[in-house]
Design a binder for this molecule. Structure first.
Ligand SMILES: *Cc1c(COP(=O)(O)O)cnc(C)c1O
Length: 411
């Protein structure tokens, strides 16, 4: 970063500090990952200088010959990766992508069915403080209290009673596979549009470690920066019959000029995800999460639904007498980043909920194995148990340093 060091040492210093934090800590925030250097080079390229409102071959600005090729390549690679009929690669992030989906397909006030936020859903799936909940008439399904799993009979019952225009399947904090075909057949009974938000699991789907909704669903959105390991951003995939409406909703409906440097970085990430190694990555992410969950359960922790099929798990920390916010803080102090999380039927407040959410996408990228993931679970458990013991915590911090040294980032 020779230019920054000359012109803006303050920002360079902060970037260096953040890089060091990422290098020396264990990243378990389920929505985070480490992109490749190649992805970062594309995000830091001259493409950031360009305006290109419109789509390939139909721009409202001159000088877009190269950008057209970049966007066409991103589209082509995304289609080979996910097998979708149509894709829009311009959405700036996950929430704006979901806004574009609603804008393209339903009217304000229309009824939509989605998973409730504190049961694992996302803000943009109808939470009352979010634009989605403010503009549309959401009803929500939940997980079953005993199993911690989404109950498709309940989803069907609500769908038949409420007759929503759209049904959303997708989550930010749910550790089980979704039954895409069951969602689709319920939607077909009432003529509802099917919308899957695979923001969290897109990389696992791309790596063919879990089933894809793309063959069944009308519309599928995903962020590109979670398990998919690309730059911050999103895409909207859909059946051909929604293509025109989706494109119009993204531009000129919601956005102006696309971020062409991010489009290029998305193309780089799709190319990386098309390589055989990415299938190994996706399998390893799940194996690591399952090993971590098993070790935590063996140490007396309660995991919602009793385990995981994907990269994440929600742990009810009240069992250990340390609710989510306090657990997040203790783990932060020893060098483990997590995010506190509500648990289904939580009796505590969202700002100070019962659980923490853990994910293995980032540690798997830096090469953590099943044995390392068990070691991380052991460290989490001991940090919580021995939270009052300064010497023990010091020792734990040392173990974390060793694990991180064994698997360096960005060599
Ligand atoms: C992360 C996430 C999003 C939002 O992505 P942003 O890029 O943060 O706006 C949308 N939906 C789901 C299910 C998510 O997990």
């Amino acid at each position: 970063m020779s230019y920054l060091s000359k012109t803006d040492p303050s920002i360079l210093n902060l970037i260096t500090k953040e890089t060091s934090r990422q290098e020396h800590g264990i990243e378990l925030i389920a929505s985070e990952n480490y992109t490749s250097k190649a992805v970062m080079e594309a995000t830091g390229s001259t493409l950031t200088n360009k305006y290109s409102e419109g789509y390939v071959g139909k721009r409202y600005y001159g000088g877009n010959e190269v950008i057209d090729e970049v966007e066409a390549l991103a589209i082509q690679r995304c289609k080979s990766l996910f097998g979708c009929e149509h894709v829009n690669v311009q959405p700036l992030s996950g929430s704006p992508a979901n806004a574009a989906v609603y804008f393209a397909t339903i009217k304000p006030g229309d009824k939509v069915l989605g998973l409730q936020l504190d049961h694992g859903g996302h803000l943009s799936h109808g939470h009352p403080v979010n634009f989605s909940g403010l503009l549309y008439n959401f009803t929500q399904y939940q997980v079953n209290k005993d199993t911690g799993r989404i109950d498709m009979d309940q989803v069907r019952e609500i769908a038949l009673r409420e007759r929503p225009k759209m049904i959303i399947a997708g989550f930010s904090a749910y550790s089980r596979n979704l039954d895409w075909q069951a969602f689709k057949s319920i939607a077909d009974e009432i003529g509802a549009i099917t919308f899957a938000d695979i923001a969290h699991i897109a990389g696992l789907i791309a790596g063919q470690a879990i089933e894809s909704p793309v063959p069944y669903f009308d519309i599928v959105t995903t962020t590109t920066h979670k398990t998919l390991r690309g730059p911050r951003g999103a895409i909207i995939m859909c059946k051909e019959k929604f293509a025109k409406d989706i494109d119009r909703a993204v531009f000129p409906g919601m956005q102006g000029g696309p971020h062409d440097h991010m489009t290029a970085a998305k193309a780089v990430a799709f190319h990386e995800a098309l390589q055989p190694e990415f299938k190994v990555y996706a399998k390893d992410v799940i194996a690591n999460a399952q090993a971590m969950a098993a070790e935590l359960i063996a140490r007396g922790h309660r995991i919602i639904s009793g385990g995981t099929d994907n990269h994440l798990m929600v742990v009810d920390m009240t069992v250990k007498g340390v609710p989510g916010k306090e657990a997040e803080k203790i783990l932060d102090e020893v060098g483990i980043s997590t995010s506190r999380s509500t648990i289904p039927f939580d009796t505590r407040k969202p700002m100070d909920p019962s659980g923490v959410r853990l994910g293995t996408a980032a540690i798997t990228t830096r090469g953590f194995t099943v044995a390392d993931s068990k070691a991380v679970a052991s460290v989490i458990d001991r940090a919580i148990e021995q939270r009052a013991d300064k010497v023990a915590l010091e020792g734990i911090r040392g173990e974390i340093s060793e694990l991180c040294k064994k698997h360096p980032l960005y060599i």
